[in-house]
Structures are given as structure tokens and as C-alpha cells.
Design a protein around this ligand. Sequence first.
Ligand code: F6R
Length: 661
Amino acid sequence: MCGIVGVVPSGVGGMDVAGFLLEALALQEYRGYDSAGIAVVDCDGGGVRRLAVSGRVAKLKEAARAGGFGGFGGGTVDAIAAGIGHTRWATHGAPTERNAHPILAGGGAAIVHNGIIENHDELRAELRGRGRRFRTQTDSEVIAHLFAEGLRAGGDSLRAMRSAAGKLRGAFAVAAIARGRGEIVCARRGSPLLVGEGEGTLFVSSDAPALGGAAKRVLHLADGDCALLRAGEKARIVSAGGRRAGRQWRQTGAARAAANLGGYRHFMKKEIAEQPQAAAAAMADFVGRTGGLRTGAFGGELLRAMRDCRSVNIVACGTSYHAAMTARYWVETLAGTPCRANVASEYRYRADPGAGGSLTVAVSQSGETADTIAAAAAAKEKGARLLAIVNESDSTLARDCGRALPMRAGMEVGVASTKAFTAQLTVLLLLALGIAKEKGTLSARVEKGIVASLRRLPELLRGSLLLEGVMRKWAGEIVSCHSGSLVIPAKAGIQTGGGGKGKAGLDSRFRGNDKVFNDGVLFIGRGGHYPLALEGALKLKEISYIHAEGCAAGELKHGTLALVDAHMPAVVLAPGGALAEKTAANAAEIAARGGRLYVLAAENCGARIAARKIARVDDGCEWISPIVFAPPLQLLAYYAAKIRGADIDKPRNLAKSVTVE
Ligand code: F6R
């Protein structure tokens, strides 16, 4: 999603500001965006220059090189007093060069903005009434005009920004520059923003990795803060109440290793392959070579919250929500404690009478997902104790919750979450075990069995990754049936185009070849594998753009079964255990209607499923089985997307870090 970066160099002319901004934008590309831009203030009272493109940072670099912007790519580096940059994920207005940030306003001001301004229509009308002319269709442009008006009224930058921020409704992180001023002024409410410092140079960014290690220490602005970064001075921070505020600086450890493909063609594939190590890292503190669960690793305060909670309430989005749904089975079965998994965007607006007395667990890879952050805050207001499960330990969610269990999956770059999902599941299973142990519902025998299976998890994941070849074949078949070689039955009464290209009145897919697409793939599962069916469908649709639907196997006959015909591929998740026969019966319902079954079955699944395509996996035991089943589904989606030539690591319309509501 949108990303902000800005820099005020310590000395004039000593730094390639444009080059820094362009590299910083490249480092935050993983967040997902569709246009990019930079703006700088030239030294010696110079004006503001802007460069923006629709498309990738590589295109912006090319434009900078071609135009000699800031001396980027050779020549003398321009003397620049301050600069800001932005990657935009379009919400209001198409991803055009004109709508890209930085956005200029009269008076030589430029702003970059993350978030959504909810009262932008109102503000736009007021500003128009005062003679301001709008160039873009964005909600953000009102900030640029309000800030410029504040400057024109003779206020300093900080006052102008505070006055603009005071008029905004919604979520924002914003940074601004203005003609003749060697400074950046920034503000945030409901969207993260941090200030960095390194050898006298000051930085602002929505996300620490964008600074690439240039900042030696960073501080996270609190909600409502404004900050002024001026060359040669310390960062000045003013709280929502208008007082000078001291915020805590943190040393930024070693710069995070730059994301590196390590010989893979796609980050997604690399991250799928990394799952055995990621799972091992996630459990390292809790599972030793021998013995049971090491509950000491939860820490005394969390253990008390685990013991005392009346219920467990999990909030999350997307893939993280699917992990939460699986955890529900674990917590309820092992700990005998009521557990709910909630879609965070819904939970935040719900009156939840059960929140007080609960342990509310916010699960998020990035720790920056706006809905999850807001859902955790809503639960806290109702009296819940909070715990974050995050991959990014220094994230807003981890800080807001005050307690966090790290997933330790390592940086995930591909937009489709893979290794973070299995690491989340691993940590959630450890948490369920911990709660059960604290509440005294876990027998020594069950604990020993599950912990022994967890020890084997990395090896079992390596085994399930060996299904790669089979998944590639299945993907080929699924894609070919999606891309259409299926004759429309005459009795269906669908007119075809009879070969005439461009004939009106008929969907273009049906023209010319008397063929019809099969629009969908079904994934079914039961128990802990039902959420995995949802996850398999999500993975396939988000990167291959093939429509897919996950369904609780027993729920099929209540509606979804109507979709099944001889052209419908159905992926059946068939672990062993008590529900195996039930799942087999649901698979038979699909087969009886001609559906094409692709069955992923546990080695110990004894149920008879009559299908041409069966792949077997050693899933250890029922508790860890959903974790072991995940990689083949990820590989299926990966190969479907690859065969279709999709942009696997950056699927259209999606972002890695979803910082807007
Ligand atoms: C799908 C995917 C998303 C995220 C969701 C939540 O592959 O990655 O569905 O899971 O946007 O993100 P986090 O976990 O960062 O809160």
C-alpha cells in the first residue's frame, strides 16, 4: 500500500537526495503500489520540483535519469535541501501520473499522503470557494491546499501542518515540503509514520525498511503527533495537544538484509521453500530437543492472561484470518475455552459483549494492517487483554498491543502470504497448547504427542514440498480447463458468435470457437482443514486470477453443489481421523455430478475416495496436519499463476501492507 519516504540532509550538497529517495522507494515496493513520485526543494531559496510516473519505481528512475533530475544517474548531484517520495496505491482517482504523489499546491508546497481523508468532498468545496484550483482526483489534494494556505497566512510549517491536520477526518500519515525551506513537516493520525536520524541527516518514513539502514535510530510518532525535521537541528515533535513531546528513540539494529531472490525466479516460490526453516524458527523458544512445551517462553504476564481469560478472541484479515479460524479448533479442543475468529474489518464495528475477560489475539504478518490494529483497539476499549502475533516485531500492532509473540518467519516479500501463514499456524498451536496447559486441560500424554509432532514439523513440511511436480501438473490441468476447451452443450441455449469476431450481444469469451470457460475451482475441507480450503481458494484467486471458492465440505449440498458439473475442478483436503469418511462422502457427491476431483490426502487417510488424481502427504498427526497441507496448495496457486503469465509477486490491485480501511 502507499509508502512515504523523506530526507533532510545534514549539509548542503553532501547527499544525493534524489538518488536516496529513488532507492528508498524501491525498498518499499513490496508494499504494493501503482504509481510513484518524488519532489525536492532546491537549496538557496529554490523552488519545489516534482517528478512522477504511473507504474513502477524502475520507470521513475528511468525518467529521473533521462531528465537528469537531481543529478540522478550521473553528472553533478544537485544541491537539494529536502525531498519527499511516495509510492501510491490508488483509492481516489486512477493511478495516473497526475494523481501520483507528491501533490503540489500553489505557493510551492508539496505533500505525500498515506490513508484516506473521509471529509475530502466537503473540504474540496470549501477550498474551491476560496479560489483553490484542483489538479487531481485524489482525496489527498485537500491536504496540500490546506497546508499551503497555512503557509500563506504567515504561519511556520509546523503551525500550517497542525492547522491542516485539525481539519481532516479519517486516517493519514503526511509529509510536506515547501519552497525555500530546508525542512520536512509531517503528521499522523491512524496511519503509521516514523522519524529517523543518522549522522545528522533526518528521515521520515512510513516503514523502517525503506530507510535501508541509513537511520541509526528511529522513533514512531504517536497518534496526533506533528514533527518538524530541519537541517542541523534535532527533530521537533509536538503532540496532539500542542505540547512539545519526547518520544522514545530506538536503535535500529543492523539494516535488514535487502530482499534477495537467492536464485529463485519469484519471492513467493522462495518463501514457499523457506517454510521448514520458518516453522523451526517460530517454535524454537517453545520446543526443545526433549521434554514438553516450554511455557516459560510466553513470559509470566502473558501466562497469567492465558490462565485467567474466559475466552479467546482472535482478530485478523485475509490469510491471517484463515490461520485464526484454524486456531479456533485447537483452542476449543485442547483448552476447552470458547474461541472466536473474527474478520477484523467487521469486528471493529461490532458490539462484542464477550470482549471483556477475553484474551484478544491480533494476528498479522505485517503488524500494520489498519483493520486489525483498529479491531485490537476496539477490543481493548471493551476490557480485553491483548496479544499480537506478528512477523514484524517493531510494528504498530506489536506496540499497540503491548505484548507480542513473534513468528520469526523472516521478511516476506511476495504479496501472497505463504511462510508467514505456516509460521502463524505454528505459533497459534503453541499458544493453544500453552492456554490448555495453564488451564490444566492438557494431559501429559497429549502434550508429549503434539510436541513430538511439532519437532517433526520442519521435516514433514520438506516432505509436502516434494509434491511440487504433482502440483505443477494439477495446475496445468486446472488452468487449461479454466482457459476454455469446453463445448457449450447445445441444449444450454447459449448463442455462440459463430466465428465472427466482434459480434455484439455475446460475451467475448464465447465468441469464435463455440467454447465456454469454466469459471471456478472449488476447495473443500472439514474441521481444521476447512479454513485451509478457504486459504487454498484465496491463494489461487489472488495470484492466478482464476475464481475459486473454499467451502466446508458438509455445507456443499446447501448451495454450492449447484455449481458442480463435468467442468468443475474440485480440490479435496482429506486428512485422516474422525472426519475422513465424511469428507470422502462429500467428495463422492462431487464425483457423482461429474466434478473433477483433485484429492490431497494424508498417508493415513483410510477413507476410500474414488478419484483419478490423488496425492498423498505424511502430515504427522491431526494437530499439525493443516500446517503440513498448506505448501502443496500454495504451489498449486503458484504454478497456475506462472502458467498464466501473471505477475506472481505483485498481483494486480493488491498490496503487501494494507494500511487503509
Ligand atoms: C493473502 C494475504 C492477505 C493478508 C492480509 C492481512 O495472501 O497475504 O490476505 O494475509 O492482507 O495481512 P497481515 O497479515 O499483514 O495483517
